[in-house]
Design a protein around this ligand. Structure first.
Ligand code: CP
Ligand code: NVA
Length: 347
């Protein structure tokens, strides 16, 4: 932890501030190169990447595959019905076999934010049956094991770098792309106020883990009962780097003062929810609308990791407004990840 030579990219706070900022600088450099049409920088030439997807994806799949290809490599997509990690074969075997063919592994898997409280008591205790239920219904039922452990197991047994392309616990590549987007629009991340409105999910955990490393003002406005993982909030607070607030009032979050107004009077609002966890019946609906955005002031930007459920999470007016930067943000997934891959491959 805190060193520049981690094998894997699993959590943002596995890296120190200098490393995170270096990766973001590198992302900007390589982005500029690719945007100029330059196609002779091929650091991944002769390299292959296995991409494991236990869940659907557009941005993560296309940005990783395209980015790796544009820099000379070849990426292999392994969808939910292909290797079925943990079901058809144990994670530790998948890790070692893929490491024999590939230079890098990217994985999007489930997590250990167990919904055990909602698990019907009559579910048979067979691991295979439980895994079958997960695949079929998207329930996260892993007594004594979890898909988050799967990504940790994958990294533990893989001899090549493993990149986390989203678990139910966190989404570090997304927040690296968000940080890059904020740097481009605001000039710097440090001191900026980031207001997240939505349920306290994987996106929030990665914001919190970034806040444990880089100083900024992070406010999570979530409905009661949808707070982020308390341990992660504590971890971020104990790092003593950023100002961290958790509230159930989005209006207060959006209108409250920034941590340091002299430094950065800008806001970035970002929302996201886990599909199936609807907030329709709580007081945050509609999550972000024009009135709420107005409270943040004229210099606020709107961000969303996408996919967005328009009309439920965010109004068309907000997402289509000139200060909405959701598409540059989506593009930056590729540039941030290219830099992450260069870093973990030592290139
Ligand atoms: N933001 C994001 O990760 O999108 P996908 O689920 O489409 O990959
Ligand atoms: N919280 C969302 C993020 C999607 C990119 C999810 O886990 O599906």
């Amino acid at each position: 932890k805190g060193t520049a030579n981690q094998k894997d990219f699993l959590h943002i706070n596995d890296f120190d501030k200098a490393t995170i900022l270096n990766i973001l600088d590198r992302a900007r450099e390589v982005k500029e190169l690719l945007k100029s049409g330059e196609r002779t920088y091929l650091p991944f030439k002769g390299k292959t990447m296995a991409m494991i997807f236990a869940k659907p994806s557009m941005r993560t799949r296309v940005s990783f595959e395209t980015g790796f290809y544009l820099l000379g490599g070849h990426a292999i997509y392994l969808g939910p019905n292909d290797i079925q990690m943990g079901k058809r074969e144990e994670t530790r075997d998948v890790a070692r076999v893929l490491s024999r063919y590939n230079d890098i592994i990217m994985a999007r898997v489930f997590a250990h934010q167990l919904l055990l409280a909602t698990t019907p008591s009559d579910i048979p205790q067979s691991r295979f049956w439980q895994l079958h239920i997960i695949v079929e219904t998207n329930l996260f039922i892993f007594p004594g094991g979890s898909e988050e452990e799967d990504i940790l197991d994958l990294a533990k047994y893989a001899t090549v770098p493993v990149i986390n392309g989203l678990t139910d616990y966190n989404h570090p590549c997304q927040i690296m792309a968000d940080a890059l987007t904020m740097i481009e629009h605001v000039g710097q991340l440090e001191g900026t106020k980031v207001v997240y409105v939505g349920d306290g999910n994987n996106i929030v955990h990665s914001w919190l883990l970034l806040a444990a490393v880089i100083p900024f003002h992070f406010v999570c406005a979530c409905p009661k009962g949808f707070e982020p993982d308390q341990e992660t909030v504590e971890k971020a607070r104990q790092a003593g780097v950023s100002k961290i607030e958790i509230t159930n009032d989005p209006k207060e979050a959006m209108s409250g003062p920034a941590w340091d107004r002299r430094k950065k009077p800008h806001f970035a609002a970002s929302i996201s929810r886990i599909p199936g966890r609807s907030m329709r019946n709580d007081n945050l609906k509609p999550t972000v609308d024009e009135q709420l955005m107005k409270l943040a002031g004229k210099k606020a930007y709107f961000m969303h990791c996408l996919p967005a459920e328009r009309g439920v999470e965010v109004t068309d007016g907000v997402i289509e407004a000139p200060n909405s930067i959701v598409f540059p943000q989506a593009e930056n997934r590729m540039h941030a990840q290219n830099a992450i891959m260069l870093h973990v491959l030592g290139l």
